[in-house]
Design a protein around this ligand. Structure first.
Ligand code: SF4
Length: 439
């Protein structure tokens, strides 16, 4: 074992021996990103054989596109499956966050892909198979991957129908979020990036997917917040139009999920009646001071207490297990506002998990990737110990409240899970998903 980082991972494996060893690597790759190593030479031959990174909402990169000397953004896979290797990894799916200086490197040899850490082989790797409909275009000429890409190894169709957010600037935008800056960098790079996707474009894309794809089981309807109106509609009415149109054309074909702000009950009833089954009122960070500092727009327009009250109210509309607020795991320790120690950060988020889980509501995580174009800027991610401790707390709090894995995320358990931006599904015991799609 030659590098400090390899020795450190081995220490973590011993310290967190009740976690699957695969998630130690997964969380570290989500924190630090991955470089594309020697895969550049083979990219031209294989460009059509795997699913490429679609930039489905944020950049989720550690490096701006303008600093990618080898146009890594155009050839990166959407996800990587870690498998085999010296520790015989069970298949573990990791979202690709580009960082040309990362110690983690995707490489290629005569047998296929592999992951190296500081030059040492960690495991073999598989790239996501290209969905049958990738490469197709809509009637208006737009690539389907721009309108309806998929993630989670093909499980989830990701419909970012509004690619910007009306929280703008340092006093409104969530400080860890690069949605608006990413929109600008994609446009600057000459890539097609539609500000508002039309209902017809979404339906056209789903028509193609429904006719040709058998892997997708859910869709997420999402985009930035609407503080005033968008196309003459409030946030609820704007997103509702898509939900109604999708569910009318394809009733219950996929598990319908929506990410909107913490809205009043009367709006949520409209989403439920339209056919939406899972609601993500993303809460981001539990600590009151940090919520106010890191989510200034949400704090100003809705406020922390009302956000919490509306999450609890939503459980009466969708059922508690179908209300799943996202936490951006790690921003509790971001500079300059975050906690100084792992212990304080874990204590705080554990309190939030216990609060929601005591009401039958199961939060989920996205592992924080310090995006250089966000307000927080390029900085060190939260320590790996933080992420591993959080996974232990999450698993144990779920068990204490006798909750099963959240619906709409595919199967739980290491080797089965497909959720790629956090390991929370990898650390749960294998079980049957409680809400199966009815197509
Ligand atoms: S509400 Fe916050 S996290 Fe969501 S898109 Fe807007 S700025 Fe980003």
């Amino acid at each position: 074992m030659s590098s400090d980082r390899l020795r450190y991972l081995e220490q973590c494996r011993q310290q967190f021996d009740d976690l699957p060893p695969e998630v130690i690597v997964k969380e570290d790759m989500l924190r630090l990103g991955v470089s594309l190593g020697n895969t550049w030479e083979s990219a031209s031959n294989e460009a059509d054989n795997y699913q490429k990174k679609s930039y489905f909402i944020f950049s989720f990169d550690r490096t701006p596109i303008r600093e990618m000397a080898e146009s890594e953004n155009l050839r990166a896979p959407e996800e990587i499956a870690l498998i085999g290797g010296p520790q015989n990894f069970r298949r573990t799916i990791v979202s690709v966050r580009l960082n040309p200086t990362s110690p983690y490197q995707l490489n290629k040899d005569e047998s296929g892909y592999l992951i190296k850490l500081d030059g040492e082989v960690l495991c073999r790797a598989k790239l996501p198979p290209k969905p049958s409909y990738y490469g197709r275009s809509l009637a208006g000429g737009k690539p389907i991957t721009e309108i309806a890409p998929c993630i989670e190894w093909g499980y989830l169709i990701y419909l970012t129908v509004f690619r910007r957010c009306q929280y703008i600037g340092g006093d409104q935008e969530c400080r860890f979020c690069d949605i608006n800056a990413n929109f600008d960098q994609q446009r600057d790079a000459g890539l097609p990036y539609t500000t508002v996707k039309s209902v017809d474009e979404i339906l056209d894309a789903l028509e193609i997917i429904a006719a040709s794809d058998h892997r997708s089981q859910a869709y997420t309807l999402t985009g930035g917040s609407v503080t005033s109106t968008l196309r003459g509609k409030t946030e609820a009415d704007f997103y509702l139009e898509y939900a109604e149109a999708i569910e009318k054309r394809f009733p219950h074909k996929w598990i319908g999920k929506i990410v909107v702000q913490a809205l009043p009950t009367e709006d949520l009833i409209k989403f439920r009646d339209a056919g939406i089954r899972i609601y993500h009122p993303n809460y981001e960070v539990w600590d009151k001071r940090l919520f106010e500092l890191l989510c200034p727009g949400k704090n100003q327009y809705i406020g922390r207490q009302l956000w919490i009250d509306r999450i609890l109210d939503a459980a009466k509309v969708f059922g508690p297990s179908c209300v799943i607020p996202n936490f951006v795991a790690g921003i509790e320790m971001s500079r300059p506002y975050g906690f100084e120690t792992v212990e304080e950060a874990i204590r705080s988020t554990a309190e939030g998990l216990d609060f929601f889980m005591s009401h039958g509501i199961t939060p989920r995580f996205t592992t924080w990737c310090p995006e250089p174009l966000s307000n927080l800027g390029s900085q060190e991610p939260a320590p790996l110990e933080y992420h591993l401790s959080l996974l232990q707390i999450y698993r144990d709090t779920m068990q204490r409240h006798r909750l099963s894995s959240p619906p709409g995320y595919g199967p739980p358990g290491i080797g089965n899970a497909i959720f790629s931006v956090s390991s929370f599904m990898d650390v749960l015991p294998p079980a049957t998903e409680s809400l199966v799609h009815s197509a």
